[in-house]
Design a binder for this molecule. Structure first.
Ligand code: GLY
Length: 408
C-alpha cells in the first residue's frame, strides 16, 4: 500500500493523474445512467436488420466504441449477463419494453437446460438470466429451466473429490484430472436455490461439500486464493494449486478472490453456518488491505508494472455487491466497515474515471478478462456491468431499509 501511495504522489508531482479516493455514489443517478446505456445498447443491437437474440454483448476494447457480441453457444460463458442486466434494469425502471427484451434474450439460453453440461458456467448462464427473471416474474417455466439446469450442473460433481469438475475440457489438455476453479463458487447459488424450490436435497449437499472442500484446499495460509485446484480423481487428494488467469501460481488474481468473497457470502446466506461468515472475513480482509487508494484492484495483486498495471473494475463490482450483502450479516464495526468500503468502491466506479459515459454504451471501463492470454485487457466487459447494476440495486434496497438481495 505504501509503495502504491508513494508512486501515486510521485505521479501527482510529475503532473500525471491517478484515480482519486472514492466519493459516495448518487445511486439514483448511477441507475439512471445504466438505464440510458441499456437503451443505447439496444439501439445498437437493433441496427438496420433487427435484433439477433442469440448475439450477446461481450466487450468493448479501449479503442472501440461499440459492442463486440458473441453467439450464445455452450462455450460462451458470458451469455447470461446481458439478459441479467435487462432484468435488473426492468426491476429499476418498470419499463415493459425492457421486460420484453429481457424475456427474449433469456429465452435464447433455454437450450442449456436440455443438454449435457459443457462446464460449470451453467450457473452464471442460467441463474443470472432465468434466476433474475423468475425472481421478478414467478413464471413457472423459468423455474423449471433453473431446476433442470441445476440437475445438469450436479452431473459434474465428483463425490470422491467432493467438488464440481469446473472444466472437463482441461482434464487432458493441462493434465488437470479433476480441476475446480474459484469462479465455480458462484454457481453454487443455483444449486442452493434449486434445493429449496422443488429440486433434490442432494443439490444442497453438493453445494456444501464443494464449499467446504474449496475452503480446505483452495487458499494459502494467508487466505489468498489459487485460481485452480487440481485433484486426483482416484484418491480425491488435492494435488496442487495453480493459476490460469492470474499472474503466477503464488499470486492473488483479483477476480478469483472476488468470486471467493461473493461465494462464501452466498454460502452463509443459504446455510447460516458461522464458519462461512468467519472465513469470509479472512478472505475479504486480505483483499481489502492492499487495494489502491480508489478501491479498484489491479488485475492481480502482484501484477507486473504496478502502479501502471491495468485495473479490474469487474472484481470491484463483484466485491462491492458481495460486501453490501455481507454487511447485513455482521453486526458491529465489521458490518459497518464492509458497507463503507462497498460504498466507496461504488463511488469510484460511478466516477468519470470508470464510467464510460458518452464514449461507449457499456456502463464501465477498465476491466481485465484474461491477462496471460492477452485477452480483454483494460476493456469494458459485460460481467462488470452486471455486478455493477446488481450492487447499485443492493445499495438502493439497503438505503430503503429492504432486504439486500431482492429475493424476499
Ligand atoms: N469466470 C471466468 C472469469 O472470471 O474470467
Amino acid at each position: 500500500m505504501r509503495r502504491i501511495l508513494f508512486a501515486g504522489s510521485l505521479l501527482a508531482l510529475m503532473g500525471c493523474s491517478q484515480p482519486q479516493p472514492a466519493e459516495q455514489p448518487d445511486v439514483e443517478k448511477a441507475l439512471n445512467y445504466c438505464a440510458a446505456q441499456v437503451q443505447r445498447t439496444l439501439t445498437e443491437l437493433q441496427g438496420d436488420s433487427g435484433i439477433d437474440y442469440m448475439e450477446m454483448p461481450r466487450n468493448i476494447m479501449d479503442s472501440l466504441s461499440s459492442w463486440h457480441t458473441r453467439k450464445a453457444t455452450k462455450e460462451e460463458w458470458c451469455s447470461g449477463f446481458w439478459p441479467g442486466i435487462l432484468w435488473y434494469d426492468y426491476e429499476y425502471t418498470g419499463d415493459p419494453e425492457i421486460r420484453r427484451q429481457a424475456e427474449k434474450f433469456t429465452a435464447s439460453l433455454k437450450y442449456l437446460s436440455q443438454r449435457p453440461a459443457h462446464d460449470h458456467d451453467l450457473g452464471f448462464l442460467v441463474f443470472c438470466s432465468y434466476g433474475n427473471g423468475y425472481r421478478l416474474t414467478k413464471d413457472p417455466e423459468y423455474k423449471q429451466v433453473i431446476l433442470d439446469t441445476a440437475d445438469t450442473l450436479a452431473t459434474l460433481y465428483n463425490p470422491v473429490v467432493g467438488t464440481i469438475l469446473s472444466w472437463p475440457r482441461e482434464r487432458e489438455k493441462n493434465n488437470w484430472p479433476h480441476n475446480t476453479i474459484m469462479d465455480n463458487m458462484i454457481n453454487l447459488e443455483m444449486l442452493f436455490w434449486a434445493s429449496k424450490n422443488g429440486g433434490g436435497s442432494y443439490l444442497y449437499d453438493i453445494a456444501v461439500a464443494h464449499a467446504d472442500k474449496t475452503m480446505e484446499n483452495h487458499f494459502r495460509e494467508d487466505y489468498t486464493s489459487y485460481h485452480v485446484a487440481v485433484y486426483d480423481t482416484i484418491t480425491g487428494d488435492f494435488i496442487k494449486g495453480v493459476t490460469h488467469q492470474g499472474y503466477a501460481d503464488h499470486t492473488m488474481w483479483a477476480r478469483g478472490q472476488a468470486w471467493a468473497i461473493y461465494g462464501y457470502t452466498l454460502c452463509y446466506r443459504e446455510t447460516k453456518d458461522q464458519k462461512y461468515l468467519d472465513f469470509l472475513q479472512k478472505i475479504t480482509d486480505v483483499y481489502l488491505k492492499d487495494l489502491p487508494e480508489d478501491y479498484i484492484p489491479y488485475w492481480d495483486f502482484k501484477a507486473p508494472g504496478i502502479p501502471d498495471a491495468p485495473r479490474d473494475a469487474s472484481a470491484a463490482c463483484v466485491v462491492a455487491s458481495a460486501l453490501l450483502e455481507a454487511s447485513t450479516y455482521l453486526s458491529g464495526e465489521k458490518g459497518k466497515e464492509y458497507k463503507e468500503v462497498a460504498v466507496k468502491m461504488l463511488g469510484s466506479l460511478s466516477s468519470p474515471a470508470y464510467q464510460s459515459g458518452e464514449s461507449k454504451p457499456a456502463f464501465l471501463l477498465h476491466s481485465t478478462g484474461h491477462w496471460p492470454a492477452g485477452s480483454e485487457i483494460d476493456a469494458a466487459i459485460i460481467y462488470a456491468d452486471y455486478y455493477y447494476i446488481e450492487a447499485l440495486l443492493r445499495l438502493k434496497r439497503l438505503n430503503e431499509g429492504k432486504e439486500v438481495t431482492g429475493w424476499s
